[in-house]
Each structure stands twice: as C-alpha cells, then as structure tokens.
Design a protein. Structure first.
Length: 263
C-alpha cells in the first residue's frame, strides 16, 4: 500500500518499479529470489500489493545469515517462503560443474551462478518456471561499497561506474540463465529493463549516495521501501551480498583449493 506522505520522486519510482515488474510477469504465480534485504523485500512487497501468488525462494548453507534473516522477514511480510539448504557434501561437485560450464575466470560470476542454481532447483521443486530478482538496484542506486571511492573522483566517475556495473550485471545474468536452464527455470530482472534503467539514471545522485563516508546508500530505494510497508529492519539494513550472506563465498574458496585451479 502506498503511503500518502510519499514524495513525488518516491511516487515516480514506485510507478516505474510496478511497471517494470508487470513487464516481466506472465502469470499471477511467480517465484522471487529472496534474501530479506531491502531490494528483495521491496520487490516482494510490491508483488504482494499487486495481488500476485508469490513464493519467496531462499538458498544458503545451514544457519547462514540469509537463511535466518529471510525467514524472519518472510514471516513479518506474511508471505509463503521456501528454503534450499546447500549440502556441504555435494557443493564442490556442483560448483565445479558450474565453473566448467560458464568457463569465466571471475569469482563473483561463479558465486552468483552457483546461488541461482540452487534458487532454480528450489523453484523447479515447487513447479515454478520463472523467478524474478531485484538485480539492478545495487548498480543503479549506488548500492555497492565501491561507489564510495568513485564519488571522491566526482559525479562523472560515479556515472561511469554505474554504466560499467550495469554492463557486467547484464552479461553475468546471461551466464546465470545458462545455468538455470538445466531446471527449465528462467531468471528475470525487471530492474534491468531498458525503460527502468533509463528512468533510474535520471534520479540525482544525492538520492543514491551522500559522499565517501556513506555506509547506507540507495537512499531513495530505502525511503520507498519504508513508505510501502517493508519492515524497517530490512529497509535500513546495510548491504550483504548474496554470496556472503549465503556462505557460498566462504565455501567456494575452501573447495576450489581441491580443484588445482585458480580463479
């Protein structure tokens, strides 16, 4: 539900977000890749408000941050939620298979492909063939810590970083979909659509990042999230990337030592 006190900018962002989501759905039933963080909670809450039949999908190692936090946020939102616990016994084989398949010497790409492999596996088990993600928000709204360094070089440097990170994200998500096709599952990113990207670029940087010491960032996104009813514990929470929150990064570094390969 949209709060009456929303600013015009928040209202415009909400409208564009809704349109982006509606542009990728083809049925009322969808899966959402869900960590419980502000981006996935915002996506989930809007889909809930639109009346979609939503199943939140989370993966991670047992007792990982994302597994525990997502359960808490799903409960607060009152939404259906399923979790895929990654098996330590089979993780090395899965990770190695994905490394060989995408054949990209990039740790982050491999970690994301591994993460979405498990999300897609979970989706298939629940007869869902399309999973929506909030990818793109961090790129467009200065969610990454690296933006704190680039802003020291001026706004142009930040805008160039946004461009580079968007390009990387779009290429990486093509690799992700190559992996998830094993399960007949498509991962879609409404916030990487051309229309949403062009709109997001028009939002002044001061609504995204406030200098080199800004540990929060994504300010307009967080304000919108609070305005539509996302729990403040999620909306104001500092970013923790999927590969860290799920413990994929930690476990991948451990198992890759047995492969006699370098990333």
């Amino acid at each position: 539900m949209v709060a009456e006190t929303m600013t015009d900018l928040e209202k415009n962002l909400h409208t564009q977000t809704v349109q982006a989501i509606e542009g990728v759905k083809d049925s009322k039933k969808i899966g959402i890749s869900f960590s419980g963080g502000v981006d996935s909670c915002l996506l989930a809450k809007i889909c809930q408000d639109l009346g979609y039949d939503v199943l939140l999908l989370t993966m991670g190692f047992e007792d990982s941050h994302d597994v525990e936090f997502s359960k808490k946020m799903a409960n607060v939102l009152g939404m259906k939620h399923e979790v895929e616990i990654i098996s330590e016994k089979t993780f090395s084989d899965v990770a190695k298979k994905i490394w060989d398949t995408i054949n990209v010497d990039n740790l982050s790409w491999n970690e994301n492909c591994i993460a979405f492999y498990y999300v897609a596996k979970l989706a298939k088990n629940h007869k869902i063939d399309k999973v929506v993600t909030a990818n793109g928000i961090d790129e467009l709204f200065c969610g990454y810590n690296a933006y704190r360094d680039s802003i020291l070089e001026g706004n142009d440097a930040v805008l160039e970083m946004i461009k580079d990170k968007l390009d990387n994200e779009m290429r990486m998500m093509r690799a992700v979909n190559k992996i998830t096709s094993e399960f007949g599952v498509v991962i879609v990113q409404p916030f990487l659509s051309e229309k949403f990207v062009e709109f997001a670029k028009t939002i002044p940087l001061e609504h995204k990042i406030n200098g080199n010491d800004d540990l929060v960032r994504k300010h307009i996104v967080r304000k919108l999230a609070v305005s539509i009813g996302v729990p403040e514990e999620s909306a104001l929470k500092l970013k923790k990337a999927m590969q860290y929150g799920s413990l994929i990064h930690k476990n991948l570094l451990k198992v890759k030592k047995t492969w006699n390969m370098n990333f």
